[in-house]
Design a protein around this ligand. Structure first.
Ligand code: PLP
Length: 393
């Protein structure tokens, strides 16, 4: 028998990708399954971005680039962080990677020793805990439910921090909840973190542009300048520009940390794809007008889905600040239908109702489900009709 490393046995495959795969499998077998599991915009990449990639490929930008990204793209990222976020960086503080996911992986590789602690607010993006487990670190979860709009309090954060804590991950707007922290809430979390100088805060801003609440976006580096110099801002082009397949993300933070992350990347993947970097350059430097129409569509779909969900017996859904997810509580519906486990419940919904969504326990929040509305209105109407039918029946 093949002997696999222990680190592989500590982790599981991404459950959101698993739901998408299961839906595809049923569809291939002739079933009519509506997928509400996707973690990506359903729009095409804007054409000026695609054209820039074609031009780059034709112009011979087909070789290795610098490990940390081309000088042009790094400058475009610096300009973006100044323009949108009011944050100033030097090129030595920027690392371009193959997706924000790799940025986070590099960061954990650079920061976490065996037995170190990483504070992860729950509900969390599925990959944070498993990435930490690869490096033998211990995830410390801080749970927040619908009653606090899934946001943790400074008291909860304080209780989770210890002298072993090396990282805290914040994701706002959040996958899976769609909630975003206000600037004041972030300032209050920052005030706690000021007392823990050994902690690096990773701010996962990947949904920054898919935000419709009135208050503009801010992250903890904006809200708590005292900890800005140990904040690692993680962002990318996947969600804002419908570019998930191009695989370009980036991190901005302390030069020493960025250098360590670059070293890890230099010994794993080297530079992200040169052609994708040219596309990301066009996305960041080009007309930002392509973002708003997508955001408006997500908002319309959000309004429709939240209203339909709240009309279903035993379902409660908080309105969201942004993203393309909502995260309804289905605990009462599950209880009435005799389910104690949201994984079994989600499996039933795939096979009985033909609707694929992700059980909340994948995000550390049993009793909820994540619904992605990154699909057409027509699909959403059919899916909501099916769910309503199943939950009444
Ligand atoms: N962070 C969060 C919260 C996400 O939802 C995702 C994608 O699903 C990512 C990071 C990774 O994005 P990418 O690697 O495509 O840049």
């Amino acid at each position: 028998e093949l002997q696999l490393a222990e680190r592989v046995q500590r982790i599981k495959p991404s459950p959101t990708l698993a739901v998408t795969a299961r839906a595809a499998e049923l569809r291939a077998a002739g079933h009519d399954v509506i997928g509400l599991g996707a973690g990506e915009p359903d729009f095409d990449t804007p054409s000026h971005i695609v054209e820039a990639a074609v031009t780059a490929a034709r112009a011979g930008q087909t070789r290795y680039t610098a490990v940390d990204g081309t000088a042009e793209l790094k400058q475009a990222i610096i300009d973006k962080l100044q323009r949108d976020n009011g944050l100033a960086y030097e090129p030595s503080q920027i690392l371009v990677s193959s997706g924000a996911k790799q940025s986070l992986f590099n960061a954990m590789a650079a920061l976490l020793n065996e037995g170190d602690e990483i504070v992860i607010p729950a509900p969390y993006w599925v990959s944070y805990p498993d990435m930490a487990l690869v490096f033998g670190a211990r995830p410390v979860y801080v749970s927040a439910g619908a009653e606090s709009r899934f946001k943790i309090t400074p008291e909860q954060l304080e209780a989770a921090l210890s002298e072993r804590t090396r990282m805290v991950v914040l994701n706002s707007p959040s996958n899976p909840t769609g909630s975003a922290y206000t600037r004041d809430e972030l300032a209050a979390l920052g005030a706690v973190l000021e007392r823990y100088p050994q902690v690096v805060v990773a701010s996962d801003d990947i949904y920054e542009h898919i935000l419709w609440r009135e208050e503009p976006f801010s992250n903890i580096a904006n809200a708590a300048p005292a900890i800005a110099e140990r904040t690692l801002v993680v962002n990318g082009v996947s969600k804002a520009y419908a570019m998930t397949g191009w695989r370009i993300g980036y991190a901005a933070g302390p030069a020493e940390l960025i250098a360590a992350m670059k070293k890890v990347q230099s010994q794993s993947t080297s530079n992200p794809a040169s052609i994708s970097q040219a596309a990301a350059l066009a996305a960041l430097n080009g007309d930002q007008g392509c973002i708003a129409p997508m955001r408006e569509q997500f908002k319309q779909r959000h309004d429709f889905v939240v209203e339909r969900l709240n009309a279903m017996p035993g379902v409660q859904c908080e309105p969201c600040d942004g993203t393309f997810y909502c995260f309804p509580s289905v605990a009462q519906a599950m209880e009435r239908l005799g389910f104690s486990d949201d994984v079994a419940f989600a499996e039933q919904l795939i096979s009985d109702a033909g609707v694929a969504l992700v059980p909340g326990s994948a995000f550390g929040a049993p009793g909820y489900v994540r619904i992605s509305y990154a699909t057409s209105m027509e699909n959403l109407e059919r899916a909501m009709d099916r769910l309503a039918g199943r939950l009444v029946g």
